[in-house]
Design a protein. Sequence first.
Length: 305
Amino acid sequence: MITDTFEVIDDRFRRFAMGNVHKETLYTGTRWAEGPAYFPAGKYLLWSDIPNDRVLRYDETSGVVSEFMTPCGNHNGHTVDREGRLVACEHRGRRVSRIEIDSSITTLADCYDGKRLNSPNDVVVKSDGSIWFTDPTYGIDGDYEGDKADSEIGASYVYRIDPVDGSVRVVADDFVKPNGLAFSPDESLLYVSDTGATHVVDGPKHIRVFDVEAGSKLANGRVFAEATSGLFDGFRVDQSGHIWTSAGDGVHCYTPDGDLIGKILTGEVVANVEFGGLKRNRLYICATRSLQAVYLNTRAAARPG
Ligand code: MG
């Protein structure tokens, strides 16, 4: 252990964990915290409180938390695109949307092959402007996180929205419940978690990794890491290609080779994380009822281009 915050599993983790750093709890009072997205220009973090149908904002300059949007259609995952706009996964809206500079909202994807999406869960924007998202059924399984409904598509896919014509295409169709996703720093790899164990006995609870071919297709999918505590939900990749992923007992850190080398212990189930701060070296942690943060000796991966 290094302080009460960092658990070292492998000495390779020590370079990330500083001996005088402790996790901080910035807010408590969410029911299911998710979807952290950091806005450098505004020095704030947005995140979702899915069952309470609201998006919250943490102001880094004052420490004040306020409601950014409620109701919001039960937002889940978020990301910030290259133009600094919020891209959102809406459970109840069953769509991926974008808040424009003038605050109007644009639907980016709400159906595939003429059928409504299930409930988009998490999203990432590639440097070419394409938007990649997952579409499991958590937002239509019941009324807690959205509106209960049957799946029209009948399966849970990973999709890509084309940056030129806006078309929506399936890029992976062999997941049980695809969930968090992130590119490697050079975007040659895409990591996608599968939380299928929530619905299938002995189902998947792992992260898979794919080769990104021609910038727009996935190939050679293989299991990257199996969860050792709870499930892998959302995650982020740092500048050295290490994966910082949500798990049942905190945040787990994996090398690019798939070795679990250390943990940030949170005391609550973690759903997602995001790098923020002026140097992008502060990891924000959505931990069920709380928003936590910890400084690390690493930074977010810079987006190519
Ligand atoms: Mg998720």
